[in-house]
Design a protein. Sequence first.
Length: 281
Amino acid sequence: MPDGSDQSTNAGEPPFAIDFSVAHPARLQSFLSGGESYFAADREAAEEMAAALPSGIDTARSVIRALGAFVGRSVRYLAGEAGIGQFLNIGAAPPGEKQVHDVAQEAMPDARFVHVSDDPVVLAESHALRRCSSEGVAAYVHGGLADLPKVLEQTADTLDLAKPVAVLLVTTLNFVPDESDPHATVARLVRALAPGSHLLVAHPSFDIAAEGMPEASARLNQTLNVPWVVRSRDEIARFFDGLDMVDPGLVPIDEWRPDGGNPPPAGRRVPPIFGGLGRKP
């Protein structure tokens, strides 16, 4: 395996084309989470979507903060309690106060990461914000779930797929339409992993009642460069077929192992996203 704190597995490939005129999911999330990797089209799409929500952009950003907190808790569990030292993040960089590899490396300094994204602007921000420990590694692959064989091949340059890996699909599967058979894709991904590997999924759902979400989702579908898919809890649960669910199972993201063990307050505005973590036996 290569050593060093930062790698790109795409050396020698041609430059990536960037369409500034169409909103991209990763860049839209960057805007909502306070990042810098977005263009005017991404900001306008976020504002158009948020206009359908109570309290507008503040509500959208509160959901992104809850998502970042969920990912942080999950990664701390994986690195600290489950002893996972290898991570494969496919999709937008998970939001949060810290880079996700920083969170893992606080518990396991030699943790190794591969970040996969199909947006070079977001990958560039990940490069700029990297703060890997001297023992750890963070590598970057251009691609997505549609490029799974290539992604796994390039991931093997950094991660040992014969050992347990944690795969992060954080609001990634909601950009994969049913006709692309995301359940089969995830099943192929899980089959490529060693026993003891984990799958983390966060996915929006109308099964969690949220004022304005149907209209906000319709607006996203009109403005993004990819489909925006909202699935039922049962459909999301199918991504974990054959895996052992880590307690508390598939729940609203703010209910997954909250800090201090205290349940979220009653009467709160529940983030309309289910999150769960499964372990491959």
